[in-house]
Design a protein around this ligand. Sequence first.
Ligand code: NAD
Length: 533
Amino acid sequence: MIETGRLRVINPPRETPQFTPELLEKLARRVFLSGQGTPHTLHSPFDGKVLGVIPLCSPEDVRQAVERARQAQPAWARMDARSRARIMLRFHDLLLQRQAEILDLTQYETGKARRDAQEELLDAAIVAQYYATRSPGWLRPRRVGGTFLGLTQTWEYRHPVGVVGVISPWNYPLAMAVSEPIPALMAGNAVVLKPDLQTTFTALWIQALMEEAGLPRGLFQIVAGGSEVGEALVATADFIALTGSTPTGRKVARQAGERLIGVSLELGGKNPMLVLEDANLEAAAEGAVRGAFANAGQLCVSLERIYVHEKVFEAFTRRFVEKTSSLRLGATLDHRSQMGCLTVQRQFDTVLAHVQDAVAKGARVLTGGRPRPDLGPLFFEPTILTDVTPEMRVYHEETFGPVVSLYKFSDLEQVLAQINQSEYGLNASIWSRNLRKARALASRIQAGTVNINESYAAAWASMDATMGGFKASGLGRRHGQEGLYRFTEPQTIAIERLMPITGPAWLPRGWYGRIATALLKALKRLYRLWYRL
Ligand code: NAD
C-alpha cells in the first residue's frame, strides 16, 4: 500500500479472478442471435485491458428473441406459482453459493469496489427470496366487494402481460439483472433483458444460473447492444421496465406510448441530504461518505447535495472531509479498497467537466477533485465542493459520480423549498435526533424514498415498501406488491346472482329508480357510520 496525498491507495491491484476466458466465451454464446452477430470487444475499467468479446444483436435478433420468449411464456404462466417460486428459491441459494465468481466478474466489468459488488449480490438474493415467497399469495384471484345487496360475486384476477422487456444501465448490473426479471417472471411473464453493453457478461451469468436453478430455456433471453437494440425491444415487447437516465426515459415513454404498452421508468436523481442542528454529526458524516461515494457515486439514490445547519456546518464538514480523504481507492478483488473507479469513459468525462466547471466559476474543492491515472484510466478522487452557486452545472445536473456539494442553511422552510426545486425526486436523507420532526419533514420532501439517519439503504432494503421517483425521476415503482403488479394485467370477473343489478324485467323503470335512490341514501348513512366520516 502506498500513500499519495492524503488518500490511501492500493497498488498493485491484481489477484487471480475466479472466472476464466473460457467461461466468458461460453457466456458470450448465450446472447440471443439469429445469425452471427458483430463481435464487440469489452475492456475492464480497472486497467483498460480486454475483458472479452460479445456478439452484438441486430433489431431482427431482438424481434426473434421476443418471439421465442412469447412461445415459451404460456406454459410458464400455466405452471403453479408455487412451482415457479421454488425455482427462484433455488436460484437464491445458487447465487449465494457461487458469489465469489460473480463478484469478481461484476467488479472487472464495472471497476467497482468489492463492498459495492457485495451490496448488489445481497440485494439480488433479497429480491429473489421476497418475490418467490410473496408472489403466489398475491397472484391468487382475490375476492373483492361486489355491488350492493350482494347481487354480484366479484373477483380480481392477475394475468401476466406476456413478454417483459427489461433495459438496464451499467452501474448495478447484477442487481438489475435480477430485480426486474424476477418479479416479472414470478408474475408468469417471459423476459428479454437488454443490459448495458459494458455489463453484458454479468447478465449472461445470471441467466445461466437461473437456468441451472430450473428456469425453462427460452423464458429469459439476453440481447446485446446499445440504444438501437433497446429501441428494437421497446418496439416488440409487451411491457418495458427501464432503469436509466431521464432523457432515455422520455424517449422510451414516447415510443411505448405510440404502442400503448405499459412502462415503468426508474430514472435519474439529484438527491439531497439534510443535516439538522440536533443530528449526531459523527453518524451523519459517516452516512454522507456512504451516501455520496458508494459505488463511486454511480448510484441512482446517491447523495449529491448536502444541506447542513449553520450551527453545525463547521463541525460536520471537518468530520466529513476527514473521513472522505482517508478512503482507500483501488482495484482489488477483496475488501481492502473502499472505492473503485468510474465504469465508462462518458461518466468519467461528465465528472471531470462538472468539477472543472464548478471550480472555474468559483467553487472550492475541500478534498479530491482530481483524476488518478496512476491507479487506472477511470479513477477519480472522491470530491467535496463548497461555495457552489446556481450557475454551476453541478448545482442542478445529475453528476452520477463521486462529487458532492455542501451548502450551509439557517432557515428550514427556505432549504425545503430549495430541495424541492429540483426537477428530480428520487431519494433524500435527513439526519436528526428528533425522529418525529424528521418524519414530518420527510413527508414534505418530494422524493420517492426518504431515509432518516441513513443515506439510502434503509428505504432501499425495505423490500415491502415501494421504490421509485417523483417528477423526472420516474414512473411506476419497483419493490413491494406494486413491483409485482406492474407486470400483470388486472381482470375483474363478476357473477350476477339472484337478479340483474339493473332490476328485474317486470319492475317499472320509475320504481327501480326510486328504490335504487332510497337504497343509496341508506347505504351512505351506513358507510358514514362505518368509516366515521
Ligand atoms: P442511459 O439512459 O444512457 O442507458 C440506460 C439503458 O438504456 C442502457 O442499456 C442503454 O443502452 C439503453 N438505451 C439508451 N437509449 C435508449 C433508447 N433510445 N431506447 C431504448 N434503450 C435505450 O443511462 P446510463 O448512463 O447507462 O445510466 C445512468 C443513469 O441511470 C443515471 O441517470 C442514473 O440515475 C440512472 N439510474 C437510475 C436508477 C433508478 O433506480 N432510478 C438506477 C440506476 C441508474
